[in-house]
Ligand binder design. Structure first.
Ligand code: NI
Length: 201
């Protein structure tokens, strides 16, 4: 290897490293994802049973037979969650009959405050297809981990608290395989297109 080709090789290696790093960050999606690993998306999510906003147990397993949009949040969220729920409502509305098979789950990362009743009341303002789920803190932590959702309680100066959490909407095909995500603030046309393709998957 000449000195020049060694330099070229080093540059390419460096570039490749940067590209791999960026891809890993893009695929990692979530702050909680392990650094430097591009993990298989097929393993995202795991069967769970939580409590629906009706108070009834609600079970989910990957091969549900229906396309799913799953996102995590909490009813006291000042900004991201109400925005996402509002946008999800408009996306589903725009899809019309194309989206009628889609099931949407809103899983609370704040089960201490989000009782089934609180969820039902809060979600009544949004599309009726959005099912609110809560559970014990341990169950929520397990489910969030299985879906690689970052969530963290943050104490506020006034003695109250808020929750930091991953804002992406996770999309799953009827066979349970991971379809992709809708990012927070994503363009509405792009989101509707993804949901339409998901519904046909
Ligand atoms: Ni939120």
């Amino acid at each position: 290897m000449t000195a020049l080709s060694a330099v070229r090789y080093a540059l390419w290696a460096l570039l490749a490293g940067v590209v791999i790093g960026v891809t890993a960050a893009a695929l990692g999606l979530f702050p909680g994802a392990q650094k430097g690993t591009v993990s298989g998306t097929a393993t995202l999510g795991a069967p769970f049973t939580l409590t629906a906003m009706t108070g009834e147990p609600y079970s989910w397993e990957p091969a549900t037979g229906a396309p799913h949009a799953i996102f995590f949040g909490f009813t006291f969220c000042p900004d991201v969650c109400p925005t996402t729920l509002y946008e999800m409502t408009t996306w589903l509305d725009r899809l019309g009959s194309d989206g009628e098979t889609i099931k949407a789950l809103f899983i609370s990362v704040d089960p201490e405050r989000d009782t089934p009743e609180k969820l039902a009341n809060y979600l009544s303002a949004f599309d009726e297809r959005i099912v609110g789920l809560t559970g014990s803190q341990a169950d929520i932590d397990k489910v969030a981990g299985d879906f690689r959702i970052y969530h963290k309680r943050v104490e506020l100066d006034d003695g109250d608290y808020t929750m930091d959490h991953t804002a992406s909407v996770l999309l799953f095909k009827p066979d349970g395989s991971f379809f992709g995500t809708i990012a927070y603030g994503e363009d509405a046309d792009s989101a509707v297109d993804k949901l339409r393709r998901l519904a046909r998957s």
